[in-house]
Design a protein around this ligand. Structure first.
Ligand code: CP3
Length: 358
């Protein structure tokens, strides 16, 4: 696909090139805080019904862009589509988060896992990517995404969300070879999945490692980062994905930012528990940074939101390579008007920071 991008700030920032102002998008920008999302979700009947219907997935992907001056779109889907396509049976019980009907528990369960067919079980994701690219018509770039092998394995072994994912950790200490076999088939699946999204039209790729921060630094490198680096290397060898920037986001893994910056990725996501000035020092100019306002600040007054947005921008400074985002997903009770204030403040103060008239 070769349509000219009308707004390429996001891709320029990921490449650490100069931009007129700081680009912003918001994790979970298509979600329950938007009444129009809740209406479409109601029509779809369930979260998976929504995610697996390319027309509806396209509709909700575009909803936040109709309202706000965001600099990127993100495919509406979920990280758990891969284990679902592997046959684990994903559902979202109302208000209870994800559940697998057939979690991975035994050696035989792990040996049975295979890379899903991107033109078969996961075809609906690629159809959605193609449709969204067409409907975006070059307005802003489209981000494709996947979960990290570690984070997918957390859910697959536990069978549902958890506070500590001790089942997978126990597997890592008790049967490391088996854990590595599981993580390896997931890494090959994620690489194939992101490559297929690139072929379908995704213009940047993000890996969500929501639970990488549950590991100490050495196990993080062994069980999480190593497999994300394997994915980045596979994508660099792939005709469709080769030139696409890859963003890695390991929530809670700030102690490992320097190691992650050597993975070959273009950018790292950062949560709000580190100052961006310190994160910049840790990555030593090797990658761009994406983050990192605490999503809870969106529940404060608009004056506080503006002040805190400026604080994040100041902490990165006028250097190239910053994509503004929250440090984790936006939560359902946020007033959509507060998102508008945030986007406007980031664009306005981003110009001031660069010495340009607001
Ligand atoms: O950012 C976006 O707008 C794109 C869409 C997106 C969703 N999930 C939609 C979604 C993305 C990028 C994800 C990633 C995802 N999914 C992650 C990584 C990011 C993170 O939050 O750490 C994880 C861990 C999941 C797994 C998952 N999916 C959980 C734990 C839940 C339930 C949590 C909740 O808020 O209820 C989901 C469901 C889900 N995925 C929703 C959305 C909008 C809410 C479901 C609904 O509409 O009922």
């Amino acid at each position: 696909m070769t349509d000219i991008l009308k707004n390429d700030r996001f891709l320029r920032a990921l490449r650490r090139e100069p931009v007129d102002t700081t680009p912003i998008w918001v994790m979970r920008q298509a979600g329950r805080y938007l009444p129009e999302y809740r209406a479409t979700r109601e029509r779809a009947g369930s979260f998976m019904g929504l995610a697996q219907n390319p027309e509806l997935a396209c509709e909700v992907t575009l909803q936040p862009l109709e309202r706000f001056d965001l600099d990127a779109a993100i495919l509406f889907s979920d990280i758990l589509t891969i284990p679902d396509a592997m046959g684990l049976g994903l559902s979202f019980a109302h208000g209870e988060g994800p559940q697998f009907a057939r979690p991975v528990r035994t050696t035989a369960d792990i040996n049975r896992l295979a890379v899903p067919d991107m033109d078969g079980e996961l075809r609906y994701v690629m159809d959605a990517v193609r449709l969204i690219r067409r409907e975006l018509a070059g307005r802003v770039p489209l981000i494709g995404f996947a979960g990290s092998p570690w984070t997918l394995a957390c859910y697959m072994v536990e069978g549902h969300g958890s506070r500590d994912y001790v089942s997978l950790k126990a597997l890592c200490w008790n049967e490391p070879q088996l854990a590595h076999r599981l993580l390896d088939v997931l890494a090959r699946s994620v690489a194939a999945y992101l490559s297929a999204q690139a072929a379908a039209g995704a213009q940047a790729l993000m890996v969500f490692d929501s639970w990488g921060g549950m590991l100490g630094p050495a196990p993080f490198r062994e069980f999480s980062l190593r497999y994300m680096a394997q994915i980045v290397a596979a994508l660099k060898d792939d005709a469709h994905a080769r030139d696409l920037p890859v963003i890695l986001f390991s929530k809670g893994a700030n102690a490992s930012l320097a190691a992650m910056a050597d993975s070959g990725c273009a950018a790292l996501g950062v949560d709000w528990t580190i100052d961006l000035a310190d994160a910049r020092r840790a990555v030593a100019g090797k990658v761009a940074l994406q983050g990192n306002m605490d999503p809870a600040i969106l529940r404060a007054s608009v004056d506080v939101i503006r002040r805190e947005a400026r604080a994040v921008l100041d902490s990165y400074g006028p250097h190239p390579g910053h994509v503004f985002n929250l440090g984790h997903g936006i939560t359902p009770e946020v007033d959509p008007e507060h998102v508008r204030v945030l986007v406007d403040e980031v664009h306005t103060y981003g110009r001031v920071l660069r010495g340009m008239p607001a």
